[in-house]
Design a protein around this ligand. Sequence first.
Ligand SMILES: [Zn+2]
Length: 251
Amino acid sequence: MHSAQVSYEQQHGLLGNLFPHSIALRFSGRADGNMSFTHGDTSAAPGNRRRFLQGSGIDASRLVCARQVHGDAVSAVTEADMGRGAFDADGAIADTDALITDRRRVPLAVFTADCLSIFLYDAQQQVIGLVHAGWRGTRENIAGKTVQAMMRAYDCLPENIYAGFGPAIRSCCYRVGDEFAGVFKHGLVQRDNGWYFDLVRANTEQLRRREIKQANIFDCSICTSCRHDEYFSYRKDGGSCGRAMAVLMIR
Ligand SMILES: [Zn+2]
């Protein structure tokens, strides 16, 4: 049976494939339905979340969800946070775009439609981080700050951290205004008709500046705009479109 989720995990070897016994990693496709309580048709979201995570060893009722604001705040979470935002919008952890934890069986979730999800895993300390990075979060160095938070909170060393980039709008499709040229040193691509932004390139630079090894950085290379038949795309669908769910958990 065709499933965007299965093909994503099987074909693109992100961190879940590197450490199949240590971490669970999921990224939903359009066919899995809207996962958001704040964007798109939210009525089916509870059922969609349950169905999507069924059989993955992740209990949807334990999800720790971020109420994202395109900022640079990182929240360290524990068992006490389990269920926050799992089945309602208000309970999600406010004003945060990155979640980190060293606890087993505490699933982290962020929500995207074109924005970049970044999966982080320290195989030594058994620590994970999950980041929502659009251009504004990237401008604030959310990826670098999340690595820093993992180092401070859990004694992670950058050389032990693996990073994976989920489906997101890519520089093929992400046309931006001239003002980006004054903001970003990395990731801008100039074409005849203007500037394009490469979120993955910009975030790779931020991880590299935090001394994450290039060999430990993985990218699924999926453009949500090119592949909007399979993934939610804010640029293609408009502001009322649904959101995909990125989930990461230490088993
Ligand atoms: Zn594209």
